[in-house]
Design a protein around this ligand. Structure first.
Ligand code: AMP
Ligand code: MN
Ligand code: MN
Ligand code: MN
Length: 288
């Protein structure tokens, strides 16, 4: 298989913090020319059956997907899983455990926001959550935009939901080892999501990549909606340096909020092993 494939292996539905259903995403992906698709909701695989069925209905190839929240040396890192068995019991239990802390965290976030005069944010955010087990900062951001506190979700994150801001709550997610193990033992491939987004020093980034590989991780996102074109190239180098396969995904969440549309990013740079090459036997092929 080749690098020149319109694969979009990272996006979110109403099952986590996206605003579209799996079916609407599949239709949108198809319209944009996506050939191989994966829905990667945060910490949740409840949308996988619908996504796979919708992909088949649209004539797209499909890989199962998830994006797991991890805490690594004090920072949140996202690990994408692709091509796993969605019925795997250990993976499902691990994800349930990872989701488990979100309810209390949301109450704590609302308490922080109440201190600066923003009331009833828990109830407000919950209204935006399609899946009440998966209340996220994005749902708070939508509530604060709806209530006129901010003009757009980016501004909410900057002013209220990031470290040091009133609605930010320290949280401990899954360990890197657990997330990679859950994915790989379910037959899938673990992929470091949007590496340029993290605020690691060079040594810390080295630790992330080295430990990730040590636990059995095999891929890294190179072309993602979170990277600049210069970062596509620098993480293509990183992928080659660490012997990791390369992934491509928009990280699309919502027509109103996302800057990157499904299936519209550049192709992977050359001289890389695309993740779909190693996952060939996990692809659910479109009916002919
Ligand atoms: P959580 O898992 O609850 O911490 O929420 C993380 C989600 O918030 C990410 O997956 C993004 O969808 C969203 N997010 C994080 N930072 C920003 C930002 N600066 N602007 C808009 N959305 C963001
Ligand atoms: Mn998100
Ligand atoms: Mn992410
Ligand atoms: Mn994402």
């Amino acid at each position: 298989m080749i690098s020149i494939l319109n694969a979009d292996l990272h996006c979110h539905s109403v099952v986590s913090d996206g605003t579209l259903t799996p079916e609407a995403l599949a239709e949108r992906a198809k319209t944009n020319g996506v050939e191989l698709w994966a829905l990667t909701d945060h910490d949740e695989i409840g949308g996988q059956q619908r996504a796979a069925a919708a992909a088949a209905a649209q004539g797209m190839h499909y890989l199962t997907g998830v994006e797991i929240s991890v805490t690594f040396i004090g920072q949140t890192v996202h690990i994408v899983g692709l091509g796993f068995d969605a019925d795997n019991a250990a993976l499902k239990a691990g994800l349930a455990q990872t989701r488990g802390g979100r309810g209390q965290r949301a109450h704590d976030m609302a308490a922080g926001l109440a201190k600066v005069g923003i009331n009833d944010a828990y109830e407000g955010a919950l209204k935006f959550a399609g899946n009440h087990d998966l209340i996220s900062r994005t749902h708070f951001a939508r509530f604060l935009v709806e209530s006129g506190v901010c003009k757009e979700t980016n501004e909410v994150f900057r002013k209220y939901l990031t470290e040091g801001k009133p609605g930010y709550v320290e949280h401990r997610w899954a360990t890197l080892k657990d997330a990679v193990t859950w994915i790989t033992e379910a037959g899938g491939m673990a992929v470091i999501a949007h590496p340029a987004r993290y605020k690691f020093s060079a040594n810390q980034e080295f630790a992330l990549f080295t430990e990730f590989k040590g636990h059995g991780g095999q891929g890294v996102e190179v072309v993602t909606g979170s990277h600049t074109p210069a970062e596509y190239l620098s993480y293509a180098d990183t992928a080659r340096e660490y012997g990791l396969a390369a992934s491509r995904g928009s990280d699309f969440h919502s027509p109103a909020e996302s800057h990157t549309e499904l299936g519209t990013l550049p192709y992977l740079p050359g001289q890389l092993t695309p993740v779909w090459e190693l996952l060939a036997d996990k692809i659910q092929h479109a009916p002919v």
